[in-house]
Design a protein around this ligand. Structure first.
Ligand SMILES: *Cc1c(COP(=O)(O)O)cnc(C)c1O
Length: 288
């Protein structure tokens, strides 16, 4: 599935043109979580019988690991700190599909600690957001795909992708000759810089300040609007959490790029189902 060559489209939005790496089209298992799990996908996991991980109740990583576990015939146990009664009674989005893939959940305040307590020698433990060294492997292939496209089309790129843990930006930047720019969607620039340096002490990733400070998963009308506008103008559906922050940042920083821009679509569309529901509930009259 990840062996298929990534597709790159040309898109126009708000009067500027950019290229788009369609990692959202890699398969059922897609986006940057597929890149992060590519190493484990081809690894011999026969000594394991289950996967344990932890994070939020609507995480894209959680869903992707559930697909991965099912594919590998492994049990999947996942620890979250909170589960709203609403989501528990009406599962939706990533949570719903992860449950359908056989995920077993635990709700515990100290989620990482509790997750570790579920592990034995036959357990494959995966960090929140798959932010760990094994994730690097998949980005070598991503960098190669991008550079091959650039060579064939006589292009040089500046690359942009919005960050959570910074794992995708750090490992892509490590393996491509092009400049990689990102912006934090979780925490601030200092926090993101630290996270990236933990993964690659010499990282060349350039961090752009977000147009405004947002909390992760914030429901803001301007975020919804740019997401909607993008879909109308480009015909492509983007993620509703990271990408709106990414595009607002891009629009403010267009002068920073010296080369044609390549934006990385990192998937996450299943997560849109629940985020869209939250938007419609909060802004009943403003959005249709
Ligand atoms: C997980 C995810 C991110 C964040 O990736 P990091 O490697 O943690 O920075 C960004 N966009 C989407 C759509 C994601 O699912």
């Amino acid at each position: 599935m990840i062996e298929t060559k990534a597709k790159i489209d040309k898109i126009e939005f708000s009067g500027f043109e950019f290229y788009l790496l369609r990692d959202d089209l890699l398969g059922e298992f897609n986006g940057n979580k597929a890149r992060k799990l590519a190493y484990l996908l081809q690894a011999d996991l026969s000594k394991f019988n289950k996967i344990v991980s932890f994070g939020s109740s609507q995480s894209n990583a959680m869903y992707s690991i559930s697909v991965f576990a099912k594919l590998k015939g492994l049990e999947f146990e996942y620890v979250m700190s909170h589960l709203s009664s609403n989501l528990a009674t009406n599962p939706v989005g990533n949570f719903k599909f992860a449950l359908e893939n056989g995920m077993k959940i635990f709700v515990e305040e100290n989620r990482r600690e509790f997750a570790l307590s579920l592990c034995d020698e036959k357990t494959l433990f995966i960090e929140e957001g798959v932010a760990q060294p094994q994730a690097e492997f998949g980005f070598i292939k991503q960098a190669r795909d991008i550079e091959e496209f650039a060579r064939q089309n006589l292009l040089k790129f500046d690359i942009f992708l919005p960050s959570g843990t910074g794992t995708s930006a750090a490992y892509l930047a490590k393996h491509t000759k092009f400049d990689v720019f990102t912006t934090p969607c979780v925490g601030d620039e200092t926090f993101l810089k630290e996270q990236i340096q933990n993964l690659d002490p010499l990282s060349k990733v350039k961090i752009l300040p977000p147009s405004k400070k947002y909390h992760f998963g914030d429901l803001k009308l301007e975020l919804f609007k740019i997401w909607h506008e993008l879909k109308e103008q480009s015909g492509v559906e983007f993620d509703l959490i990271y990408d709106p922050v990414g595009f607002l940042t891009l629009l403010k920083n267009f002068d920073k790029f010296k080369n044609p821009l390549l934006y990385i679509h990192q998937g996450g569309l299943i997560g849109n189902i629940s985020q869209l529901q939250r938007y419609k509930y909060k802004f009943k009259d403003e959005i249709v």
